[in-house]
Design a protein around this ligand. Sequence first.
Ligand code: F6R
Length: 367
Amino acid sequence: EKGGYDHFMLKEIFEQPQTIFDSLRGRLDAEHQHITLSGVDKIKEKLIHANRVIIVACGTSWHAGLLAEYVIEELCRINVEVEYASEFRYRNPIITDKDVIIAVSQSGETADTLVAIENAKKQGATIFGLVNVVGSSIARMSDAGAYTHAGPEIGVASTKAFTAQLALLYLIALKVAYEKQTIDQTLFNKLLGDLAKVPQYVQDILEEQDAAIQEIARKYADANDFLYLGRGFNFPIALEGALKLKEVSYIHAEGYPAAEMKHGPIALVDENLPVVFVATKDSYHEKIVSNIQEIKARKGQVIAVVSQGDNVVAGLADDVMVVPQIHEIIAPILSVVPLQLLSYYIGINRGLDVDKPRNLAKSVTVE
Ligand code: F6R
């Protein structure tokens, strides 16, 4: 049932070209520049006139939500808040009937997320569920929604559910932007076209980078700490990279916005600290290059996710994981894939049960 793979986690990482494709299928029509999402249509007016979009989630799903904040604000010009469900439910948040809550959950059963939307619903908010498991509690509680079509995710560390969430969140943002007319046709077409290329590009990364990433994993498997840095659209990916490493390797890892390192974490940097930069070509590129130089000046070891053809970062970094170049808004869905593989192989090198890390449950149905 692992389909020839040693672990579910690896199988699920390699399924991503298909699961992303399945999540876009019948929804994204790049050729005719059209997005079909009946769940969005159902609450279209609410979304277009929303006072705020509040994204509620936990863990990896929260990271997907954080990226969605950047994307929805950029494309739709709607205020977005991203909330840890556990915090949101226990404070007394100000919610009105002009708020749309997007609950992001693979399992659809996460207790904190479920109660958070239950409370928000009582206060009049409209609930949109972005869920993988069909018929789950969060799906049933929602006023409208869209299923990610990632298929069953068995590995406790979430991989394919995350990229499916991103694919759907991009579609939602693009559709709302189009309806609200906050995006011009050229950018809309470009992003649709790039999104359609993602399954093939993920396939290319898996085929072309797997061997190199195994080597990198061997080199760094004994490290005690990792720092993950990224800016802008890549910041949520730095957080997700760090979480994945913690879960499956038990190595302490922290994700930070790259510019924040000066405000504390840079004190950790010495020749024993691997620093992973999510450094694909984007509008912040020069800034991240100078952040990399600052780490190198302090003898930190730099592992970078770079865009194909980027000799500047490749020249500075000790090790690179290469991804195809694509629009900066879409790039994070590619950047996360090498980080998933890196975590997996480091966990394997350390002889751990990557599919069932200690202390973790696949779905957290108690608080
Ligand atoms: C991380 C992981 C967890 C889940 C979190 C939310 O790899 O699996 O952090 O993302 O427990 O779960 P769902 O998405 O099922 O609500």
